[in-house]
Design a protein around this ligand. Structure first.
Ligand SMILES: Cc1cc2nc3c(=O)[nH]c(=O)nc-3n(C[C@H](O)[C@H](O)[C@H](O)COP(=O)(O)OP(=O)(O)OC[C@H]3O[C@@H](n4cnc5c(N)ncnc54)[C@H](O)[C@@H]3O)c2cc1C
Length: 346
């Protein structure tokens, strides 16, 4: 039997939004998934809710994949890990480092479940989930079959994957297969980490990442938030040239031919919104990319603030910010601004 319940999901989302769920289906095994009749009404798959903003007082039916377990095998060159979707990502990073399996240390302290990691191809400090992914095991609601998608089929890119696109809502990631090379070198290219030298151990890198993150990002347990609310926008070279002529200090990262990534936090800060507060919804005082809930904000309050941020940045820079966070209403996932139809960035 699936574990069925209902109730308030405030403790199940790191933005601490009060919303009511009529049907919460907890899945702890593949057999349960096979026996599951997918409800007709909208369904949302919820991990630990650290990248989800519930905007209505009710949620759709929620499916929580809580399949746990870590299996490790090795060859001469690699460690191979099969990790259940319900495991916690940071605990996995700690486990690998403690057991001399290196590579994930730059991704320490990213909140959330292992099953959600491929969805937006989590990344931090120069490393992405895709760098260590061998394949993703995914249960197809339509055929009731489990498929193994090799990394090349997952369409990983910056905060994106096939699970956010063509396969969105069509199934559940049940486990991930990671491949960690035994030959290891620290990735120290990012600001803060470059204070370490090349002889740094994976544990030192992990601890440094944890220190930097703790100093920059609010802990959702102290101040509710969902991390970076917006993606860093990518613009064409000609759009960038005009912006740089007007704002010579604008930070940018070249992404190859005709693609320039801008820093969303800088744009929000320059638009005068860092620390801006509307009731209990606010732009964080230190990190403008993070929206926070001081306690009493509803999902609509946060969404209204996010819309204001998008509009203000668009007015000043003619650049459209897109949420990194999944926006979920009573009837399922939706856009932040319902009437959003055009993208200014081209
Ligand atoms: C303080 C803070 C810092 C953060 N820093 C980073 C960072 O540095 N880098 C980064 O990339 N992200 C970061 N995030 C965002 C977040 O941690 C990641 O997106 C994480 O992977 C979300 O995991 P979750 O289980 O909470 O996902 P949820 O919010 O529950 O779900 C996110 C998405 O994944 C889908 N999903 C979840 N589980 C499954 C499954 N088993 N099968 C199919 N779909 C599934 C959901 O439907 C939804 O679309 C941060 C968040 C916070 C609060």
């Amino acid at each position: 039997m699936n574990n069925l319940s209902s109730g308030n999901i405030k403790a199940m989302n790191t933005m601490a939004i009060n919303a009511y769920c009529d049907q919460l289906i907890e899945i702890t095994s593949l057999n349960q998934l096979m026996a599951l009749t997918i409800p007709e009404q909208p369904v949302y798959i919820l991990g630990e809710g650290s990248n989800t903003l519930f905007v209505d007082s009710k949620t759709p039916t929620l499916i929580r994949p809580n399949i746990i377990g870590v299996k490790v095998s090795e060859t001469n060159t690699h460690f191979h890990l099969n990790v259940g979707a319900g495991e916690n990502w940071h605990q996995l990073v700690q486990y690998t480092v403690a057991n001399n399996m290196f590579g994930l240390e730059n991704l320490a302290l990213i909140p959330g479940s292992v099953g959600a990691a491929p969805v937006q191809n989590i990344g931090a400090y120069g490393v992405e989930f895709a760098n260590f992914c061998h394949s993703v095991e995914w249960f197809d609601f339509e055929t009731s079959e489990q498929l193994e998608l090799p990394v090349a089929q997952c369409q990983f890119s910056y905060r994106d994957s096939i699970f956010k696109q063509a396969l969105k809502g069509k199934g559940v990631i049940t486990s991930v297969n990671l491949s960690l090379p035994k030959k290891w070198q620290p990735v120290l290219t990012y600001a803060g980490l470059n204070e370490l030298n090349d002889t740094a151990t994976a544990e030192q890198v992990m601890n440094k990442v944890i220190d930097i993150r703790n100093s920059k990002l609010p802990d959702p347990k102290q101040l509710a938030n969902v991390g970076s609310f917006f993606k860093n926008p990518v613009v064409t070279q000609s759009v960038f040239n005009k912006l740089q002529a007007q704002y010579p200090d604008i930070p940018f990262y070249s992404q190859g031919e005709d693609q320039i990534k801008l820093a969303a936090g800088w744009l929000i800060d320059q638009a005068g919104l860092k620390g801006y507060r509307q009731g209990d919804a606010a732009v964080h005082q230190k990190q403008a990319l993070v929206l926070v809930n001081f306690g009493g904000a509803t999902g609509q309050d946060i969404a209204a603030l996010a819309e204001l941020v998008v509009e203000t940045v668009a007015k000043k820079f003619a650049v459209t910010l897109e949420p990194e966070v999944r926006i979920v209403g009573e009837h399922g996932e939706r856009l932040l601004i319902k009437s959003e139809s055009q993208c200014l960035n081209q």
